[in-house]
Write a protein that binds this ligand. Sequence first.
Ligand code: FMN
Length: 370
Amino acid sequence: MSPSRDLSRLPDGIVPELPLTALAPMQNITDVAFLRTLAHYGPPDYFFTEYFRVHAQSRLERHILATITEHGSGRPVFAQLIGEDAAALARAARQLCAYPIAGIDLNLGCPAPQVYRKNAGGGLLRSPERVDAILGALRDAVSGRLSVKMRIGFDSTQHLDVLLGSIERHGVDLLSLHGRTVREMYFGGVHYDVIAHAVARLACPVLANGEVSCADKAFRVLEQTQAAGVMIGRHAIRNPWIFRQCRQRFSGQAVSAPTLADVREYVERLYRATAATRALDTDERAQVCKLKRYLNFIALGVDAHGAFLHAVRRAETESDLFRVCDEHLLREPDKVFADEPYPGLIARPRCEAEPQGGKPRSAAQLHFGN
Ligand SMILES: Cc1cc2nc3c(=O)[nH]c(=O)nc-3n(C[C@H](O)[C@H](O)[C@H](O)COP(=O)(O)O)c2cc1C
């Protein structure tokens, strides 16, 4: 497999002849502790920070700057911005250029109502002319790389070709495309055919994003979309070995299979890394709560009935947490950790469970090509 795109403007991948891999930006997840932990198991080619919120009075958040300066993985990090004020975004981008970043990334996908109602994130996809103005301002402000992380539309793909035209015109260096609309949140199928359309339409490299759940799926998504690489989010929380497994799969090697004992070690490593980056007086319960954000995803690969998911959600102290881990992960330590989430288990019921009666629409119903 070799990507057909011109990658000369992007940092080299770990194995330059293989398709690219990237960790998706995730708020309250992709912090310095998580990046360090992932790097231990085999980092992606690129990291992206969670988003810096940008408005007229905003300052760069220090904990996100720490992700850029302290991750220590040796891999390039793109700094993500969210906002709708072109001048403020350009100012924040210029400030970030003083840090060791691989580029500036604009968030055009966040589906949270409190964000899109303010016309930021995914909300901007309703106003292609506004996106064009923001990309113009960012391109003027940034002499280095500019990337965009986007969904395929707000509630349809009506504006997609116009948006892709702006991306082309402003010389965007990389597009990461989540193949769902904002309205589709995290449920229903991913429209990989729409990602394939963007890949065919653009000269710049595209990373395919959305439900790339294991190395074999990554391989199939790349075949279907012809993208330059994959961006992986929630499935890398569950399975921190996934980027190394992708490289194994892409180069035709056997894919390694971690066991439940390896998962127990991962939880401990992440707990210690998180503790090391938080203030010394951080309350133990807050620390356990923080770990549960990750465990909600990790648990999806532990047992089919969700027994671990159920038990770990109730842990309140460090000793509760590790007792539950020992019970569920060390009972059969050599059992292979599932490659895909067990069907029916949901990490975040509020945004990942399909609404009652709601049916995902097909790409044709999304007015593709209008
Ligand atoms: C907890 C969480 C936080 C997220 N935060 C961000 C963010 O800060 N910026 C962004 O562009 N996308 C964010 N996303 C979306 C992911 O980057 C990604 O596009 C999405 O999860 C689909 O990819 P996946 O199926 O590999 O998880 C977030 C997703 C999750 C689950």
